[in-house]
Design a protein around this ligand. Structure first.
Ligand SMILES: [Zn+2]
Length: 169
């Protein structure tokens, strides 16, 4: 960003200089000279002006995009941290075991019995968003999170193919 800002301030300096130069020249000119000058110096001035404006809008757009990306990264990291916190709750283990007890130790999609995971049919991400769950305390009241019927046994491969897998790291 420093480089972009420096570039911008250099362009601005050049533009200011050209403007001052143009003004001072114009003062001592006859109208004919002014007319000729308009097409010579003024061209350079216009070019500097448009270069500056182009760079200004480009650099501003880059800065804005960078801020947006950083914001998304922060939100993403916060959500992953929150997911971890939920999964570390003793209640999460209880829920998983209850789903295994009910559905058995086999992938409900492909019947494999290795590498099993418990999948939230209505995804964790969707529940957290829909019920605006903001902290661990609030997870305790969310029945859907702990509903055995909302659990499904899937092997890792099948789990990774679910739509909600994009919300997992
Ligand atoms: Zn499977």
């Amino acid at each position: 960003m420093i480089i972009e800002d420096e570039k911008l301030s250099l362009l601005k300096e050049k533009l200011d200089l050209l403007e001052v130069l143009e003004k001072s020249k114009r003062k001592s000119m006859s109208w004919k000279e002014k007319l000729i000058n308009f097409f010579s110096v003024n061209q350079e001035l216009q070019k500097a002006r448009s270069t500056y404006n182009d760079n200004l809008s480009f650099i501003t757009a880059v800065k804005e995009e960078r801020e947006r990306t950083q914001l998304r990264t922060t939100q993403w990291n916060q959500y992953q941290q929150f997911r971890n916190d939920i999964q570390n709750l003793p209640r999460y283990t209880i829920w998983k075991n209850a789903v295994y007890a009910k559905k058995g130790r086999k992938c409900e999609s492909c019947n494999k019995s290795g590498n099993l995971e418990v999948h939230h049919i209505r995804s964790l991400h969707s529940i957290v968003r829909a019920y605006q769950i903001g902290n661990i305390k609030e997870t305790k009241m969310q029945v859907l999170l702990w509903d055995v019927n909302n659990g499904q046994i899937l092997c890792k491969e099948c789990h990774d193919r679910t739509n909600s897998s994009i919300y997992r790291v």
